[in-house]
Design a protein around this ligand. Structure first.
Ligand code: ZN
Length: 149
C-alpha cells in the first residue's frame, strides 16, 4: 500500500477495527518513510451470483464446484492440487463474468476443464449437466469429443 503523501510502499498498521457493520476492516497506517498516517479499508469482494435454471439465485461456491467435479471424477486419479486448481480457475471465470453467471456457463466451463483432464469424467459430468435425454445425446457428445478441440 503506497503512502499517499510520499508514495513509499512501507507502512505499518497502528490501529485495526471493524467498520461498516462488520463488512469491512478499517486500518490506520503510519508511513515508515515520512511518518504520515492514512486509512485503508478492507472489504469483502462482491460475491458472484449464480442464476439457476429455475430462476433462483445463489452465491457462487467453489466448494460446490469441487464436490460436483469430485463426483464426476470418482475412481479416477485426481490430486487435491488439481482439483483445487480447477476450482480456482472456475472461480476466476465466475468473477470475470460476474456479478451474475448462469449454472450453464459454469457447467460449460467445468466441462472444458474436465475434457482436458479426463474424457470419461467429462462424459459423466456432461450427462448430469446437460441432462441427456437418451443414448443419441450421449453418442453425439462422444462424437464431439473424438473430433477434438
Ligand atoms: Zn509516506
Amino acid at each position: 500500500m503506497h503512502c499517499p503523501f510520499c508514495g513509499v510502499d512501507d507502512s505499518r498498521v497502528v490501529d485495526s477495527r471493524p467498520a461498516e457493520s462488520g463488512n469491512a476492516i478499517r486500518r490506520r497506517r503510519e508511513c515508515e518513510a515520512c511518518g504520515n498516517r492514512f486509512t485503508t479499508y478492507e472489504r469483502r469482494e462482491h460475491a458472484v451470483v449464480v442464476r439457476k435454471r429455475d430462476g433462483r439465485a445463489e452465491p457462487f461456491s467453489s466448494a460446490k464446484v469441487i464436490s460436483g467435479v469430485s463426483r464426476a471424477m470418482a475412481g479416477r486419479e485426481l490430486t487435491a492440487e488439481t482439483l483445487d486448481h480447477l476450482a480456482r480457475s472456475i472461480e476466476a471465470f465466475a468473477e470475470e463474468q460476474g456479478p451474475e453467471v448462469s449454472t450453464e456457463e459454469i457447467g460449460r466451463r467445468v466441462l472444458e476443464a474436465l475434457r482436458l483432464l479426463d474424457e470419461a469424467a467429462y462424459l459423466r459430468f456432461a450427462s448430469v449437466h446437460k441432462e441427456f435425454e437418451g443414448a443419441s445425446d450421449f453418442g453425439r457428445e462422444v462424437a464431439a469429443l473424438e473430433e477434438g478441440p
